[in-house]
Design a protein around this ligand. Structure first.
Ligand code: GFP
Length: 838
């Protein structure tokens, strides 16, 4: 583990219990916090008290960096990235902060001298699950990289009281349980009620003429909500930079209505409070169309308005003229959830700060940049006009005006093309009218980026083709990346130590340095160390599976892992078809020579997404049969690990031999799990989709198991008219697999249970499982062959990790800084500003 370099320690102004880093000092501070913050003494303290005491001890050590950072940014009015995201899937803070502060080992020793186990305390942390999957986790990786690269940044989002649900599995089905991440308190945040802001909703607008005779609009809202910021420090790795994640909580302006109370209306007295607080109550599940749209749109305007008002407050405090807002801030919109920022910034500048339309529009466009994260047409947000009018009447007027100017521009560039106008309009008028949020984001931003090369290309050719033709200069690609601090240093210390023992530890900040590992790929001792580490980590997972699922797993089998959100396009059910194929082969010939495999799944399905939940049930049902069939003789095991989360992911990625990245080509924008697996030495079986394409380019064709249709082949097949039944009838093994499910073999004879899933495959198969089936099976057979050659597999594993340099989120952030944000690092010296005790 890293320790803070001496010069940083020397620079510390105050070597006291709140900043000291020696083991003795940490112990003192820990006991002090247990006493003064938790109000406990060791004999009666719970594990949570110990966790909290340790968390406060670590937070104290962040504070000096955090405050120094804020002082320097304020003094210099540093150009700042505002990363607006409806989701931040941060993962547990404690371990990451220990790594980034470089005090993991000291703290481990300190708590152990007090009779405690650091791993135990780390387990205690309830992670803030304020995101659904890739998008929220990407935001968290980017915050880590921005701090590490010393880029001034603020993450803005919502402090959901209930994050993503906890998942239980009962009788093979997913059961959702309310997340309670805040129930034991959150030691990492500081509330800042002094910076509260107000957000309006509903009501109507009125035109009036101001004292200069200008036409103005006044918005009389129906409701006003108070937003209160809660700040969490985001420390960089081995830097003094601690940026801020600022999450908003919704409150009623007056939480208690005395008039109502005095008149005897007890419930009415707290009514407004309840309605207001609903806004930050719960994170919406992805892909769940059944959820209340009104509340979701209200959440979006809530956090966007709070954040933009906060930026304007900062601009004024730093004496930057508002006309230079775009010089102080660049605002990155993480998907369309914050796209209402286009209209809200216009409204704030024009209505609240007296600016003219043209100037406001210039500032808005120069400030905003938009990242698209999806190619699924159904995931492109649009809101009914009626809802907009009811909730955001002023914004609708502004959007109409933006649309008017925009369509004039389109007309000028493409005269006489009325079809194009209809396609590009911010308003969808094909049936019920909608506001198209992706179009709003494209028009109001100066940059539009996809998250992998293929994704950006498909945006340009297909989903956003008209916008690409209109504004080619706005489009650019920023392939995603992941932070090596959390996803190898923290989660895989054994591999980290081995790597650092060979090539030093520079790679942690400069991931491309991993390439120096290639020099050791023919070194038998290194290969054997590499292999024994993987094997030890697999043993740990074996123990975890035994404890969680009561299943005994063979540690020498291929650990074949698919861990991600459940969605039909990600095709966890294609994986299921492979398992049943192997099972059928065994049933037909019990002595068949099969490379043993353990299939491990993890992931949540949106509560309203029936088909995804049925796939979870299918996998568990297959497991029940396969794991207990004496013919299988333990050669195959199927394990569903419940409650996938960041903490869980950290445990699982390092143990994988094989990473399943098998989405239908043209659907996965990028993927980031694919990067985390490969970084930890897993080989990938994947389609040419999202970032798989670039991973394969980097690691080399020979070190990647590719199969299936390419995106153009998918389009072509669909255009020709795809008939899944033909594949079913002509492929013997595929037919046997489907028939096996249909016969009720995995459902205690119930032939109806999986019928909806089978029907969708046989008669529609939107994601082309049948078309890719044979290629997938052949490729898996190759995997099984190669795995038998231990040396070859190890070599491939090392080369995968060694060639992952490109996929650090540090590289992504450097690209954003250079191409979109035009922003430079601002190093923070600890000695140069305030002292805590002045
Ligand atoms: C989405 C896309 C992924 C992409 C991430 C981050 O993930 O392909 O890697 O965003 O850009 F689908 P989800 O939030 O949908 O999991």
């Amino acid at each position: 583990m890293q320790t803070v370099p001496n010069h940083q320690v020397d620079n510390l102004q105050i070597e006291d219990d709140r900043t000291g880093l020696s083991v003795e000092c940490l112990k003192r501070a820990f006991l002090d916090n247990l006493f003064y913050v938790q109000g406990k003494f060791p004999k009666i303290a719970t594990k949570n008290d110990y966790y909290m005491a340790l968390a406060y001890t670590v937070r104290d050590r962040l504070l000096q960096r955090w405050i120094n950072t804020a002082v320097i940014y304020t003094e210099r009015a540093s150009r700042t990235v505002s990363y607006l995201s409806a989701e931040f899937l941060m993962g547990p803070h404690l371990g990451n902060n220990l790594v980034n502060l470089g005090i993991y080992d000291q703290v481990k020793q300190a708590v152990s001298e007090l009779g405690l186990d650091l791993e135990d305390l780390l387990e205690q942390e309830e992670e803030p699950g304020l995101g659904n999957g890739g998008l929220g986790r990407l935001a968290a990786c980017y915050l880590d990289s921005m701090a590490t690269l010393e880029i001034p940044s603020l993450g803005y989002g919502i402090r959901y009281e209930f994050g993503i649900f906890d998942q239980d599995i009962r009788d093979g089905w997913q059961v959702e349980i309310t997340d309670k991440w805040l129930h034991c308190g959150n030691p990492w945040e500081i509330a800042r009620p002094e910076w509260e802001v107000y957000v309006r909703l509903g009501g109507h607008t009125e035109a009036y003429t101001d004292e200069h005779g200008r036409y103005r609009v006044r918005w009389i809202p129906f409701q006003v909500i108070k937003g209160v910021p809660h700040d969490t420090p985001i420390l960089g790795y081995k830097t003094n930079t601690a940026n801020t994640l600022r999450l908003w909580t919704a409150e009623a302006p007056e939480s208690f209505d005395f008039a109502a109370f005095n008149s005897g209306d007890y419930l009415g007295a707290v009514q407004e409070k309840m309605v207001s607080e609903n806004l930050s109550k719960v994170l919406y599940p992805n892909d769940d169309s059944s959820q209340g749209k009104r509340l979701r749109l209200a959440q979006q305007i809530f956090f966007v308005s709070c954040s933009l008002q906060d930026m304007i407050r900062i601009v004024f405090r730093q004496n930057v003229p508002l006309e230079k807002f775009h010089e102080k801030f660049v605002v990155q919109l993480n998907d369309t959830h914050p796209a209402i920022a286009v209209a809200e910034l216009m409204r704030l500048l024009i209505d609240e700060h007296d600016m003219g339309w043209d100037q406001a529009w210039q500032i808005t466009q120069k400030s905003l940049a938009y990242t698209n994260h999806t190619l699924l047409p159904e995931a492109l947000e649009r809101w009914p006009i009626s809802l907009f009018r009811e909730l955001l009447p002023r914004h609708l007027e502004i959007i109409y005006e933006i649309n008017y100017h925009f369509l004039e521009e389109v007309k000028a560039k493409f005269p006489g093309d009325s079809d194009r106008l209809r396609r590009m309009s911010l308003i969808d008028e094909s049936g019920e009218k909608y506001v198209r949020m992706a179009h709003l984001a494209c028009v109001g931003s100066h940059s539009i980026n996809g998250v992998a090369a293929l994704h950006t290309k498909l945006l340009q050719q297909d989903v956003l083709r008209d916008f690409y033709q209109m504004y080619p200069e706005k489009f650019n690609n920023k392939t995603n990346g992941v932070t090596p601090r959390r996803f190898i240093v923290l989660s895989n210390p054994r591999l980290t130590n081995l790597i650092s023992s060979k090539i030093g530890d520079n790679w942690i900040k400069h991931l491309e340095d991993l390439k120096h590992l290639e020099a050791f790929v023919d070194d038998p001792e290194f290969c054997s160390q590499w292999r024994s580490i993987k094997s030890a980590i697999k043993q740990d997972l074996v123990a975890y599976i035994a404890q969680q699922n009561g299943i005994t797993v063979n540690p020498d089998s291929i650990f074949d892992i698919q861990a991600k959100r459940f969605h039909e396009y990600k095709r966890q059910h294609l994986n299921a078809l492979h398992i049943i194929t192997l099972y059928n082969r065994i049933k037909a010939n019990p002595d068949i020579d099969i490379t043993p495999r353990t299939f491990i799944f993890g992931g949540k399905a949106a509560p309203g997404y029936y088909m995804a939940k049925l796939i979870i049930k299918l996998l568990n049902s297959i497991g029940d049969v396969v794991n207990n069939d004496p013919d299988v003789r333990d050669r195959l095991k199927v394990v569903f690990l419940k409650d996938y989360s960041v903490k869980f992911a950290q445990r699982v990625y390092p143990a994988a031999d094989l990473s399943e990245q098998i989405s239908m080509a043209g659907k996965e924008a990028s993927g980031t799990g694919n990067m985390k697996f490969a970084l930890n030495g897993a080989l990938t079986i994947g389609t040419l989709d999202g970032a798989n394409v670039e991973i394969r380019e980097e690691v080399g064709e020979d070190n990647f198991f590719i199969f299936g249709l390419t995106a153009p082949e998918v389009y072509a097949l669909k255009a020709r008219g795809y008939r899944p039944l033909d594949y079913y009838h002509s492929n013997r093994e595929l037919k046997a697999v489907i028939d096996r499910i249909a016969s009720g073999h995995f459902s205690h004879g119930d032939t109806k249970l999986f019928k909806p899933l089978l029907d969708s495959l046989l008669y529609r198969d939107e994601y082309l499982l049948f078309a890719d089936y044979q290629a997938y099976i052949d490729c898996q057979d190759r995997v099984s062959q190669v795995y038998r050659d231990r040396d070859r597999w190890t070599r491939m594993s090392i080369l995968n990790a060694a060639r992952m340099g490109k996929f650090s989120s540090d590289r992504s952030i450097r690209d954003y800084c250079q191409d979109i944000w035009n922003i430079k690092p601002v190093p923070i010296e600890l000695g140069e500003c305030i002292q805590a005790k002045e």
